[in-house]
Design a protein around this ligand. Sequence first.
Ligand SMILES: [Zn+2]
Ligand SMILES: [Zn+2]
Length: 264
Amino acid sequence: MLESAIESLPLMQYIIGMKGEPTKADMMQYLTCWLCKGVYRDAHTINECMCTYCKGCIYKYFTENATRYKCPSCHSELGGKPLEYVVRDQILQNIVDSLIPDFKERDDKLKSILLKRLNEKRIQKGTYKPPVSIQKQTQSVNNTTTTENTLSQNSSGKQNVNIVDIEFKLVPLNDEDVNLRMPELPKKLKISQKNKTILTVKKHINKLIQEAIDNIEILCKNFPVADSHSLEYIRKTKWQNNSKTMVLQYKRKRKIVGNNRQDI
Ligand SMILES: [Zn+2]
Ligand SMILES: [Zn+2]
C-alpha cells in the first residue's frame, strides 16, 4: 500500500522515469520541509498549492505574522485565513516514518527528555507549573498551583492515577558491606508518573550507572520494596510522609547461592 502511495506521487513518478529505482537520498529531498530544512514532522499540506511543511513550522509561519497570506515557498495566494487550507498529510508522513523508522521514536524520546529536564530546572527554581490538565483539577479545589500543593493533592487520591507526577529522591544506601554500596547518581531528584513501578526506577538506575537491573535493590526507609509496586503505593504504605519528597535508597543486591550468602 505504501509503495503504491509513493509511486502515485508525481515527483516520485518523475524520479522513477529519470533514474529507474529512486534512492533513499532522492526520496529524502522531497520529504524535507522548506521552512526548517528537516524531514517532515507531522506533515501538513496546503491543499491549494499542495506544498507540504511540518505542522509546527507552517502554523508558526502563519500565526506569528497575521499579514502572511501566501504559501511561503510557492507564493500561492491563500486569502485571509491561510490555515484553513492546511491539512494533515498522513500519506507523506507515513513515507517519512517508513524511510526513517526510528525518527519519530527518537524525536518523541528527545522531546520527553527535554521536557523532563526543563521541569527539573523549574522545580529547582520554584517555577514549576504542572500541566494544564492537572492545574485545572487543582484549581477546582484550591486556587494555587504550586508543586507542593499539587503533590499533596495527589496523595489525597482525588486525581487520575495515570497523569499525576510524583517527586522522589534516589540516594545510595550506605550498606555496612562496602561491596553492596553503589555510586551516587548524576541527578538525585526525579519526577515520574506515580503509577510507575520500582522496576522502572531500576531501569533508570541501570541506564545511568550501568548496574545490571537484577543486581539492584530499592529500599524505602531501609525496607526493600518489590519491583511490581508503584511509586504511589510505596508512598502510601512505606513512606507515609506525604509532606516531604519521598526518599528511595538503592544498593547492590546480596546474592544468595544455596545456603551460603555470597556477595557479588
Ligand atoms: Zn519544518
Ligand atoms: Zn505552495
